[in-house]
Design a protein around this ligand. Structure first.
Ligand code: TNX
Length: 511
């Protein structure tokens, strides 16, 4: 079958092609077909950030189409994509308008992030072959006529990647970022330190990376990012309007640090490195001066590498730390972050340490666990912003089903349907909808040894979390969502993104 030849299969309707569902979508006219003379026009004096979005879009389009896609300042080309900063301020930081007429597809947005999101909507209206990283000979680059007005439901739409249990190289994390962008996800929490590995060079404590980063779960080789590599990754994500939130877990989940520096242990003897998968056994010591020097130095270096506002201190499962010691160390960490101009982010246990208003608290409870729900309510009362990562819906390291060779099941299996059937606004009784800042999908990697496995767990469920976070509450129709997923299948295949063939989805429907 020729590419672009859709004989014998359904073509997704407009609404089915888009994931996440936009706020409003109207069909309008026949649309247009791009050709070798098509250009990307940023206008005479492009506002900051417009060129970067244009170059990114050109990069995406050049290889599959084989066209030059010059980025130009004003054009009379017969067919063009126009990117313009402007439009109603009510579209906010990330909203946009997209209009596809007979000659021009125009994205208008008050800010560059909106231009990027609008460009992703346009991308999803092009045939799946646009996702190929090779020239797709013979494809027709048509876009249907539409008017889209869109903005996100929540400001935070996040994924967490655990590069501590198993390490991922910079180029692998970048590929993961590439797969986040079409889903309009905007935050990547990188879990950089845990019992099994320390993954970021800290110049004042070099053994953290060189010794504490050398292994992974199972005892195989680990790895760590140099500060240059890490800064490059953060910049790569920023160009795509994805903010990296570095996560240095403390005071628990710190065996890799304790094993690297004997002075962090009251006994003066460093424990062995750990490559198993238990949690909750390690802790920094609240009575040691070295602990506070360590926190100052590490968070200082991490903050300096972080252009975003947030730095996560994890703070979960500190089962070997007394409540008072926990509070002392978390309060200290928060003071250090504030001194460096950063806002604290942590798992819901940090609510017990009463961090400042505006801190981000990630709720990771299982529906019905009262103690966790109470910490979420406490966070809301204290003026913290909640990001919802319910383990029984949003933990993408949970097995898809009982037969899944990958993943854990302590929160149960999470099917594609199950990952989509929840609402952040009503998830925890007693948490007012106004306290919810967004959604978070963690991918812990105890059982995931490489990027292929990570993708297999993340997709397609991550798309559902993205839609829950972006689209208005009324848009969350399950049957429609399963068809939207089917329409994404050929796109992930073309892009080389691995995904779970969920039995609920008619994957072959669109190709
Ligand atoms: C709990 S979730 C943890 C992680 C594990 C995860 C496995 C959280 C804040 N802590 O240390 O990797 O379960 O699902």
């Amino acid at each position: 079958m020729r590419l672009g030849d859709t004989a014998g299969m359904d073509v997704p309707t407009l609404a089915q092609r888009l994931l996440p569902t936009p706020r409003t979508l109207t069909a309008s006219g026949p649309g247009l077909t791009f050709d070798a003379g098509s250009v990307i026009d940023v206008g005479r004096s492009p506002a900051p950030g417009t060129l970067a979005v244009a170059e990114g879009l050109a990069d995406l389009l050049r290889t599959p189409t084989g066209y030059a896609w010059p980025v130009v300042r004003g054009s009379h080309a017969r067919r063009r994509i126009a990117l313009r900063q402007g439009g109603p301020a009510s579209l906010g930081e990330e909203g946009y308008l997209l209009g596809v007429g007979r000659r021009t597809a125009t994205v208008t947005a008050p800010h560059a992030a909106g231009l990027l999101h609008g460009a992703q909507t346009l991308r999803q209206l092009l045939p799946a072959a646009v996702e190929r990283r090779q020239h797709a000979v013979g494809a027709t680059w048509s876009v249907p006529g539409v008017v889209v007005v869109d903005r996100p439901r929540y400001p935070v739409r996040a994924v967490m990647l655990d590069v501590a249990r198993h390490f991922l190289r910079v180029d692998e994390v970048e590929r993961f970022v590439d797969a986040m962008v079409p889903l309009k996800l905007n935050t990547l929490v990188l879990h950089l330190a845990d019992d099994q590995g320390w993954r970021l060079e800290i110049r004042s404590w070099p053994r953290l990376a060189s010794f504490g980063g050398a292994l992974a779960v199972g005892g195989g080789p680990g790895g760590a990012y140099t500060q240059e590599e890490y800064a490059g990754l953060v910049a790569y994500a920023a160009t795509r309007h994805v903010t990296v939130v570095p996560e240095i877990d403390l005071p628990g989940h710190t065996q890799a640090a304790l094993a690297s520096y004997a002075e962090l242990d009251a006994s003066g003897v460093a424990p062995e490195r750990y490559t198993g998968t238990e949690v909750g056994f390690s802790s920094l010591d609240a009575d040691l001066d070295a602990t506070y020097r360590f926190i100052d130095d590490v968070l200082g270096e991490v903050a300096a590498l972080t252009p975003g506002r947030h730095v996560s201190i994890g703070g979960d499962e500190a089962h070997s730390t007394s409540a008072a010691d926990y509070r002392r160390m978390v309060e200290h960490a928060e003071r250090v972050l504030r001194r460096h101009g950063k806002v604290l982010w942590g798992w819901h246990q940090v609510a017990a340490a009463e961090p400042a208003e505006g801190s981000v608290v990630a709720y990771w409870g299982v529906t019905g666990t009262e103690a966790d729900a109470e910490l979420a309510r406490r966070a809301a009362r204290q003026g913290q912003r909640l990001v919802m990562a319910p383990a029984d819906h949003a933990y993408l390291d949970m097995k898809h089903d009982a037969a899944d060779p990958l993943g854990l099941d302590w929160a149960g299996c999470v099917s594609t349907t199950g990952s989509y059937r929840w609402d952040p606004a009503t998830l925890v009784p007693g948490v007012p909808p106004s306290a919810v800042a967004g959604v978070l999908a963690p991918v812990w990697t105890e059982t995931l040894t490489d990027l292929d496995a990570v993708e297999q767990m993340a997709f397609p469920r991550l798309a559902g979390i993205a839609q829950i976070g972006w689209s208005p509450g009324r848009a969350h129709d399950l049957e429609a969502y399963l068809v939207q997923l089917a329409a994404q299948g050929p796109r992930w295949e073309a892009a080389g993104v691995n995904f779970h063939r969920s039995p609920e989805v008619a994957w072959r429907r669109f190709g």
